[in-house]
Design a protein around this ligand. Structure first.
Ligand SMILES: C[S@@+](CC[C@H](N)C(=O)[O-])C[C@H]1O[C@@H](n2cnc3c(N)ncnc32)[C@H](O)[C@@H]1O
Length: 389
């Protein structure tokens, strides 16, 4: 058996035993540990085959034999001729450099050509403004790495990248796109010069309008990505951060420390329940960022196994959770203050439908924002709406 056939066999073993209960990279680690004979090149190819399999989403999921599906994934995801296809599917190897849309129109199974809905079977549930074809086809392109440059270090960072022979693309004054896998930590040693943050996530910050001395609350702060964005816009804000997970706030402390942010208040809060009156003052916040828990469907390009194992009923579970959290958060907003409702979901039920519910039940008004489509630049799809009290 050739090395390439062995790769296929190992990838087949992975995708037939992995059940989606933990992220794929967590599953791959022990798999490779149990197979120490595999070198780094072997591991890279086997992982690539497995990821490409999940990038097909639901396309011919239960019909196509696993080996054929692994090769189909490789054909659609790879952009350069490779030895696996050369040996096992030479006709595809010749077409591998074509754009994804052309490659998709060149394949069929049981007389059927693939549709966006075969890949992402929930296209009818997508938010307004999402192009279903572009959204589905983006699954075959690995998302890019984005950094947000801090402290006006654009020139210094450009020089470091040049020295390292790495090319980036400036998408905004402080937003740099790099190819996925760029080892940025080894290139830029000063950790406070930048934040790794997806382009769409950076774009949500356009709705933040903090003024010196104002009180802002990042209600689902996790490791603080949005708070860091807010504080870089206006460091004189009085910030409160909270999350239901105390463990994730530990990451926030570390990131804030590195970024030099010292003045903030922290709370552990489960927002499915009303905020206890003595914990935070009702009607006191000028701005609230509600980056709500969600399906994450706008980020599945980075973890395509989630698309493969997703059950549609989850959308409604998150919709109900988001409404409940929002209802408990709004009373803490000042009159004239703004609520920034954010998700990294592409589903309208988690986005527009929740905003509509908030407006109808709390009297807030939707003033700005909406879907942020990242798929054309290799970024996540997100939703961010500004609501005023
Ligand atoms: C999308 S993440 C927030 C990401 C973060 N804002 C950032 O930019 O890095 C959603 C967060 O909501 C938190 N969460 C989930 N259920 C919650 C609840 N019932 N009350 C408060 N926070 C909750 C999760 O722990 C998670 O950290």
């Amino acid at each position: 058996m050739t090395r390439w056939e062995n790769y296929l066999l190992s990838a087949e073993k992975i995708v037939t035993t992995y059940d989606g209960s933990l992220p794929l990279h967590h599953f791959l680690k022990p798999f490779f540990k149990q197979n120490p004979q595999m070198g780094s090149r072997d591991r890279r190819w086997i992982s690539q085959l497995a990821y490409a399999f999940y990038r097909l989403g639901h396309l011919w999921k239960n019909e196509m034999p696993v080996k054929d599906r692994l090769l189909l994934g490789l054909f659609l995801c790879e952009t350069q001729s490779n030895e696996i296809l050369a040996l096992l599917k030479p006709e595809w190897n010749e077409q591998v450099t074509l754009p994804v849309a052309e490659k998709l129109s060149a394949v069929s199974f049981n007389g059927q050509s693939p549709t966006p809905n075969d890949i992402f079977p929930f296209t009818a549930s997508l938010s307004e403004g999402i192009d279903a074809v572009a959204f589905a086809n983006a699954y075959f392109v690995q998302p890019r790495l984005f950094i947000r440059v801090r402290k006006n270090k654009q020139e210094a960072i450009t020089a470091l990248l040049q020295d390292a022979g790495v090319t980036g693309e400036w998408l905004a004054d402080d937003m740099l796109a790099l190819s996925n896998g760029t080892n940025i930590e080894t290139i830029i040693k000063n950790k406070d010069w930048y934040e790794i943050q997806d382009a769409s996530s950076q774009q949500t910050g356009q709705l933040f309008t903090p003024k010196p001395g104002q009180r802002w609350w990042d209600a689902c702060a996790a490791s603080g990505g949005k708070s860091l964005l807010l504080m870089d816009k206006e460091p004189r804000v009085q910030l409160t951060v909270s999350d239901v997970r105390v463990s994730i706030l530990q990451n926030l402390y570390e990131r804030f420390y590195t970024a030099g942010i010292k003045n903030y208040e922290t709370k552990a809060l489960d927002l499915t329940l009303p905020v206890p009156p003595k914990t935070l003052d009702y009607g006191s916040f000028d701005g609230i960022i509600l980056d709500a828990p969600c399906t994450g469907s706008g980020t599945w390009g980075r973890s395509p196994e989630h698309l493969y194992f997703f059950e549609e009923t989850r959308i409604n579970t998150f919709h109900n959770l988001q409404k409940r959290i929002a209802e408990n958060v709004v009373p803490l907003l000042k009159k004239g203050g703004s609520l920034i409702y954010i998700t990294c979901s592409a589903f309208k039920q988690e986005n527009e439908a929740v905003v509509k519910h908030i407006c109808e039940h709390t009297g807030l008004q939707w003033r700005d924002g909406g879907i942020i489509t990242g798929y054309n630049i290799g970024a996540d799809t997100m939703f961010a709406a500004k609501l005023m009290k």
